[in-house]
Ligand binder design. Structure first.
Ligand code: RNT
Ligand code: ZN
Length: 416
């Protein structure tokens, strides 16, 4: 049976359930995901590709890591050719590109240091997002925006403001708003003597950064929380409660990374809780295995459940999607593409559910039928719709996209 026939049969099967596959494909084609640039080089960046700090870690030593801007841009081209649709690139401040190779201090970085990113985005018609880098830096060793040393804290406040300026420039140049996400690792390995002080300083630092005066139509500031980091097991200043209360009281956007909660908590349940209150929320989609390990995103239960909450609450324009994972143990191009494609598959799955019918079963207390239908829906022919979606978007919807990954590994990555 050829692909077109497979799709026609699937279309019929879904129509019988009251689901329009054409509408699903159309909607999915319009969803752009902000793809993190840091899967390509294990979060090294270009300024001091030394130790990754901040309580996060990449493991593995697969050959072919991008060691220069040229290599990373080439890898991004390759990855985007394997992912259906048009997306965005999420850049970290440590990925500045300096003419003489000598990095500028983080509180002095300027839009010009990110011009190659802007050129890259414009050439490929991609949106750009940005992040201040509050880790992998000597002055980040004992805290950044919470640091009791006022001169160090001021340095990091200046870094935040410098990043807002760069984000504004990104928005102006690409013609789409730039999301700027603030995440700091600040915390303690062992039991603190003062839990309030660092949070009060963090609050003041954020107020100073946001007080710099910026165009809210151009820059959408988000704040990401975290429960713990490696070496920061006992306390993090930017905890869930802190970040959420801060974002909600200051009118910025809360960002949830699904690796950043206690293991039995699920972000899928937090999405609708926040949608009751926040006009917009943002996600870092990742996969934690036992801890915030940033494994490659898969088409698994929780990813599906998160995307269901976005789709069935009609919140595709309120929930900003970004990926955040870094695996150095497998082919990095493959890792990037598998994760992005998994998010898209989960979105498609949600778009192919008879959501109104399922809600009705819940509201009329027909819980047995609801359970039955939820289970039967799992075996509906989503694969054929996925293939059709990929075909229409110029990519391969079968396992054969991986042939190109192998070719690229042989011709490009293995020569690095
Ligand atoms: C760390 C956070 C943060 C980083 C990136 C590199 O736990 O998830 O988002 O992964 O900023
Ligand atoms: Zn994150």
């Amino acid at each position: 049976m050829n692909q077109a026939t497979r799709y026609e049969l699937a279309k019929e099967r879904y129509a019988a359930l009251g689901v329009d596959t054409e509408a699903a494909i159309e909607k999915l084609s319009k969803v752009s995901i902000s793809m993190h640039c840091w899967q390509g080089d294990d979060v090294r960046g270009f300024e001091n590709p030394g130790k990754l700090t901040g309580g996060i870690q990449t493991t593995g030593n697969y050959p072919g890591v991008a060691g220069s801007p040229e290599e990373l841009f080439r890898d991004l081209d390759e990855v985007f050719s394997l992912i259906p649709g048009k997306h965005r690139v999420n850049v970290h401040a440590c990925y500045g590109i300096y003419k003489d190779g000598k990095p500028v201090a983080r509180d002095q970085i300027k839009p010009e240091h990110f011009q190659p990113w802007v050129d890259y985005a414009k050439k490929n018609k991609l949106g750009l997002d940005f992040n201040p880098t509050y880790f992998s830096h000597p002055l980040a060793e004992h805290g950044t925006l919470t640091n009791p040393d006022e001169s160090i804290r001021a340095f990091w406040i200046r870094h935040g403001i410098a990043c807002i300026r760069i984000s504004e420039y990104f928005a102006e140049q690409t013609g789409t708003p730039c999301l700027m996400n603030i995440w700091i690792p600040d915390g303690f390995k062992d039991i603190p003597a003062d839990r309030l002080g660092p949070r009060m300083r963090y609050m003041d630092s954020l107020d100073q950064i946001l007080g710099c005066g910026y165009d809210k139509k151009k820059v959408l500031v988000t704040l990401e929380s975290k429960v713990f980091g490696i070496g920061l097991e006992s306390y993090t200043a930017g905890s869930g409660e802190f970040a959420l209360c801060y974002a909600m009281t200051r009118g910025i956007v809360p960002l949830m990374d699904n690796g950043h909660y206690h293991p039995t908590e699920v972000v899928s349940d937090k999405i609708p809780a926040l949608l009751c209150f926040a006009p917009k929320i943002a996600l870092h989609i990742t996969r934690g295995v036992r801890w915030d390990s940033d494994h490659v995103v898969r088409y698994d239960d929780e990813t599906q459940e998160m995307m269901k909450e976005v789709v069935r609450n009609d919140a595709l324009d309120r929930v900003i999607l970004a990926t955040d994972y870094f695996d150095a143990s497998i082919n990095r191009i493959g890792a990037w593409a598998i994760g992005m494609r998994s998010v898209q598959k989960a979105l498609l799955n949600a778009l192919l559910l008879p959501n109104a019918k399922l809600k009705e079963l819940q509201d009329t207390m027909q819980f047995t039928e609801l359970m039955m239908l939820q289970e039967e829906l799992k075996l509906c022919p989503i694969g054929a719709v996925w293939e059709e979606f990929c075909r229409r978007n110029g990519t391969d919807g079968s396992e054969h996209w991986f042939d190109e990954v192998k070719r690229y590994e042989k011709d490009v990555l293995s020569k690095r």
